[in-house]
Design a protein around this ligand. Sequence first.
Ligand code: SAH
Length: 469
Amino acid sequence: MLLTISTTHQPTSDLGYLLHKNPAKMQSFDLAFGSARVFYPELSDERCTVALLLEVDPIGLVRNSRGRDGESFSLAQYVNDRPYVASSFMSVAIAQVFGSALAGRSKDRPELCDQPLSLTAKISTLPCHGGEAFLRRLFEPLGYAVAVQRLALDTRFPEWGESFYYSVSLTAVVRLRDLLAHLYVLIPVMDDEKHYWVGTDEVEKLLRHGEAWLSEHPEREAITYRYLRRQGRLTRDALSRLVDATAEPLATEIAESASEEIAEAPLRLNDQRLSAVLSALKEAGAKRILDLGCSTGNLLRKLLDDHNFTEIVGFDVSHRSLEIAAERLHFDRLPELQRQRITLLHGSLTYRDRRLSGFDAAAVVEVLEHFDPAGQIAFERVLFEFARPKTIVLTTPNVEFNVHFLGLEPGKLRHPDHRFEWTRAEFQAWGNRMADRFQYTAQFRPVGLDDPTTGPATQMAVFLRKSSS
Ligand code: SAH
């Protein structure tokens, strides 16, 4: 795999000083997984190009990792794309071979380190999960002009179609240290498959190399999530520190909570979901709210804390859950005015219930997937025809996202009590059908990171009753 960086900055020899690499010599470096070579395929008065050529040794790679995780022999360890594509190996090479330049140090040209130069980086074979659109969303906000060529799987057999490998050229007027930092972080993000275990020190690396640009990047969540190998807790730690530089590292929390892993826990999905639901309710200007299938009261707590909501009704078929909700919300100790704002009702959403009529909005959070087919048909009428609130905010899992839950076996649903989980297309088809049939409009929104391939973890529909109905 090959990375080249070209400049038209003059004198062109400055690039060599900035990189601490003499254009007259070819230099070799031994790395843990292979070797790197630096040379200058082009050096004239107008233009200078430096090349970093990386050769990964697949046999050494396997040998080095043997015994660490007790993996037995597998052909996939030897036969894979790692030796040939730009991956996190390239990042390691950048850090080791161009370390001073990445850190913004130059013995001979210190002033140049902070000077934006006209630079073009080319990466020969870059795997990009998420395709060209994602690649552009990563680099264009950083000011790069992006040229992309998608590579064929095998040029001898055009009928095999195209691969997810790209040849990429990035041009900008940018400080060399920033270009290197962008590549260091974003190459593995596009590859989405890191060769080494990701631990807390990776958070530090990400924050160090992303310091100057990541907190403002529109894709910062996706970048952080993928860079940290989809480890939810590390992602949260990094994001909170990116946004708030004074936040403490979560290292101890990470260690402590590692054992309480349930399928969805790493993403704090529940929090994201409830915030999204709350915003949608507020946006609709709703004051009198139903929480249908409220369970033990997570959303009720948030509704109660917000004085925009004047009347709150929690409704659930599980009596025990309602008892727990009452305890958790301290019903016995609530001041009278607060106590009057909230009611808990026991009932089933598969039966028409007059107590549910006349509300501004209903939240139905992660309930739909619990109904069997007959229950679902009844529920549709109970909600849209009889309760008929002005606004309905409904969420359900997006089954396409399940591949990211490391603890979840392929094909398994997130919860044993789920009767089904839908793709985005299935959910939207259902939502549109409900809207047509019951005179609502339907709008669909992602909740959580909207992964370019699978979509978000949770899908949300906001239904608004049509004014004439
Ligand atoms: N909205 C909550 C709970 C989701 S779990 C949250 O997001 O945390 C699904 C809830 O739906 C459970 O509390 C379950 O008791 C409730 N439920 C399932 N079938 C129901 C029915 N027929 N009528 C009312 N509630 C039901």
